[in-house]
Design a protein around this ligand. Structure first.
Ligand code: ATP
Ligand code: ZN
Length: 568
């Protein structure tokens, strides 16, 4: 049994997440956690809300709330949405909690002791009317590259370029709109990434098994050359910058760490929260000198987060010189796009987690986003593709197979698993094909190839349906009831197997499928196991309610009209 630590990129606090966030980080992490637990491994799946930074302050202001109250509420909303989607976090923490504050201040201190942090005096935009500096999105103005007039201090939404607030032309305060601004000196901490470049490159080179997307983004970033990075901000909401004695740092009173400095540290912080809440131990998951040597650490994220996880966060960890666990495998996803562009929280574009569950159960979305997700390239959400995935894969293939055979057992065999005769060559041939599909699904999941794994699982379901066509127990029943009984017993065992194959992706439906043949075990099948001997002769079976309802064309039309997609 292996020990596996899994984290998915921390969802930001500014509102409920959309299907793109789900597809690109939380859902695949959950599917994989379930797969690994199903194999019997010890899994710790950690996530948290990422709560600091200017967007949180601005969103709170827009909601007319103080930022602490806003984050309290939004955290609960995201936690509930995750649960409703079956995201099986062992812990869903908060980057604003005490463990992350202590750890962030600790890392800053050891980095400074190691000569990797330096105080520098910067020039920043100060708003006289607001009485404050305007970091990041607090200032807007005209983009120097594309002349877009509402570019933000950190990035232009029109051309996508990363900006420095000082780059903007005609800047104004995004809080008050005031143009009464001046440039003032302000003191900040810089992480000297230039000194760490060699160490980070060596570390990445040692990760020869990373997938292309993660590796190429990491190397591109290094090849462009690292710069020393400002890791503090003139904000109120965040982890306070402190001096050596833990009190305010002279000359930097009232400043906080930059959100991208503290957010990834929350992976460790949230593990500590979990340990405090459950009586678990966190250090043997994170400290290689205290037992984390045998832990395999896997991270899931969308592609825009890769540089932060392959360069910035490792700079913190490696620079500390302390024996912290670093990521072993990084699985990155491309964009799930919505009609006309990327899903976007700030622009309210796409379908959001709460809305999705108002339309259909979680498993429908989980299947679509896993089997047709943005894995090797960007992929576009379309209502038509979604409808076809649900109607064909889930309703016609899986649901139909399960209900047909269980109902037939009810009507012709009194709802009891019949014994039948010995397996025929036809049965044996199918068994071999099913074994091959299971082996393929296992290999694909091991390789974190989610679309491939889903295809192999679906292939197994299709084989089951084809078997029913050929073995046709309903006709055999009239001429050779013994043969019909054999086929039924075979197929009922397939039902039990299919539930186990479905379990990582369809956690709400798999137990219902299993229950219809009296099973509760949803462990992932191992290669050498005799799944045909699973459901014992004489056991009662009972058809489940409708497992999957087909999506009608009228529903698609209505949703497309409501959410702005369709026919795009
Ligand atoms: N359209 C998308 N497709 C796939 N992954 C995405 C998509 N949008 C965001 N992600 C990923 O979701 C995770 C959580 O992201 P986060 O909460 O920071 O939202 P975000 O990237 O700011 O999204 P938005 O721009 O819509 O606000 C990150 O790993 C991010 O890369
Ligand atoms: Zn621009």
């Amino acid at each position: 049994m292996a020990r596996i630590l899994i984290t998915s990129a921390l969802p930001y606090i500014n509102g409920i997440k959309h299907l793109g966030n789900l597809a690109g980080s939380m859902l695949p992490a959950d599917v994989w956690a379930r797969f690994k637990r199903g194999q019997g491994h010890e899994v710790l799946y950690i996530c948290a809300t990422d709560e600091h930074g200017t967007p949180a302050e601005l969103a709170a202001a827009a909601a007319g709330q103080d930022v602490r109250t806003y984050c309290d509420e939004q955290h609960q909303i995201q936690k509930a949405a995750g649960e409703a989607f079956g995201l099986s976090y062992d812990w869903f923490g908060r980057s604003s909690n005490a463990p992350n504050r202590r750890l962030t201040q600790h890392f800053a201190r050891v980095l400074e002791d190691n000569g990797l942090i330096e105080e520098r005096v910067d020039q920043m935009i100060y708003s006289i009317d607001d009485g404050r500096f305007l970091p990041d999105r607090y200032v807007e103005g005209t983009c120097p590259h594309c002349a877009y007039e509402k570019a933000r201090g950190d990035q232009c939404d029109n051309c996508g370029r990363l900006l420095d607030p000082m780059d903007l032309k005609d800047p104004y305060s995004s809080v008050s709109g005031s143009r009464n601004l001046e440039v003032r000196d302000t003191r900040h901490l810089y992480l000297l990434q230039t000194k760490l470049e060699g160490r980070i490159r060596d570390w990445i080179s040692s990760k020869s098994d990373w997938q292309t997307l993660a590796r190429s983004i990491a190397l591109k970033h290094l090849d462009e050359g690292l710069i020393d990075r400002g890791i503090t901000r003139d904000l109120k909401w965040g982890v306070p910058v402190v001096g050596p004695d833990g009190g305010p740092r002279p000359g930097m009173e009232g400043k906080v760490f930059y959100v991208w400095f503290d957010a990834p540290i929350e992976y460790i912080g949230a593990t500590q929260e979990w340990a405090e809440a459950t009586g678990g131990t966190w250090r043997d998951w994170w400290r290689t000198d205290e037992g984390a040597d045998d832990v395999r650490y896997v991270q899931f994220m969308g592609k825009d987060n890769v540089a932060f996880h392959t360069v910035s966060f490792p700079a913190t960890i490696l620079g500390s010189g302390e024996p912290w666990k670093t990521v072993d495998t990084l699985k990155a996803f491309n964009w799930l796009n919505w009609y006309g562009g990327k899903f976007s929280t700030s622009q309210g574009r796409g379908v959001f987690m709460d809305q999705a569950l108002d339309l259909l159960p979680a498993d429908y979305w989980r299947w679509y986003l896993t089997a047709y997700g943005p894995e090797h390239s960007d992929s576009a959400f379309t209502w038509e593709q979604f409808q076809s995935a649900i109607n064909k894969d889930l309703a016609d293939v899986l649901g139909n197979f399960v209900n047909r055979i269980v109902k037939f057992t009810e009507s012709k065999f009194g709802g009891i698993v019949p014994e039948g005769a010995a397996l025929t060559d036809e049965d044996r041939a199918l068994q071999t094909q099913i074994d091959a599909a299971v082996a393929e699904a296992t290999a694909a999941f091991e390789a974190m190839e989610f679309r491939k794994a889903s295809q192999a699982i679906r292939a197994a379901w299709v084989l089951g349906n084809e078997y029913l066509q050929v073995a046709a127990p309903w006709t055999a029943f009239k001429t050779d009831p013994e043969r019909a009984a054999t086929a039924v017993r075979f197929a009922l065992n397939l039902v039990a197997l299919f539930a186990r194959l479905a379990a990582p992706v369809l956690p709400f439906t798999a137990p219902k499928i299993a229950a219809s043949v009296g099973e509760t075990d949803l462990g992932w099948p191992s290669a050498d196991e005799d799944w045909l001997a699973r459901v014992p002769v004489g056991r009662p079976v009972q058809a489940a309610e409708v497992l999957f309802r087909k999506i009608e064309d009228e529903q698609v039309a209505e949703w497309a009209a409501r959410f702005g997609g369709g026919e795009g």
